[in-house]
Write a protein that binds this ligand. Structure first.
Ligand SMILES: [Fe+2]
Ligand SMILES: [Fe+2]
Length: 173
């Protein structure tokens, strides 16, 4: 095994966290779909796929490191929201939580002096910067627009506003 038992356990847990994030984004996407905000729905369905990809990257990392893969139970996502702001705020809160989890993984790799894992985890560190940035932008925009102005947020997303921030939202990652 090329990784410590501790890091192996944390990576398995992170597979579950990424799958949970994926389910949470599906729940957020369906909220927007039912609220007749299709571009936001599309954005969050795409986010859900990205989170699944993150889980698969971690699965591959465990296997490539000759670790023991154990996919944990995934908790149910929160379904239904009071308004658009609550939904985008949950997305930001969930990304903040994942950022802390990725930092903890990276701290463990560094404590283990495991540079193979540290290097592989850099990708996730960079990804979180992009995710936090785009989730934060959406919260600020929804606050400014208000529920009655959500069409403006739709228009911004439709013209690739977030992708222009270089956040990989266009599906590159
Ligand atoms: Fe993720
Ligand atoms: Fe994410």
């Amino acid at each position: 095994m090329m990784i410590s038992k501790k890091l192996n356990t944390m990576l398995n847990e992170q597979v579950g966290h990424e799958l949970a994030a994926s389910h949470q984004y599906v729940a957020i996407a369906t909220y927007f779909e039912q609220a007749a905000l299709p571009t936001l729905a599309k954005h969050y369905y795409a986010q859900a796929l990205e989170e699944r990809d993150h889980a698969m990257r971690l699965v591959k990392l465990v296997l490539d490191s000759d670790g023991v893969l154990k996919i944990p139970a995934v908790p149910a996502p929160k379904m239904g929201f009071k308004n658009s702001l609550e939904a985008v705020q949950l997305a930001l809160a969930s990304e903040s939580k994942v950022t802390a989890q990725i930092n903890a993984l990276q701290n463990q790799a560094i404590a283990d002096k495991d540079h193979l894992s540290r290097n592989a985890l850099e990708w996730f560190v960079n990804e979180q910067r992009e995710e936090m940035s785009s989730a934060g932008t959406l919260v600020a925009m929804v606050k400014r627009a208000g529920e009655g102005g959500m069409f403006f947020v739709e228009a911004f997303l439709k013209e690739g506003g977030l992708a222009d921030n270089g956040n990989g939202d266009a599906g590159a990652e």
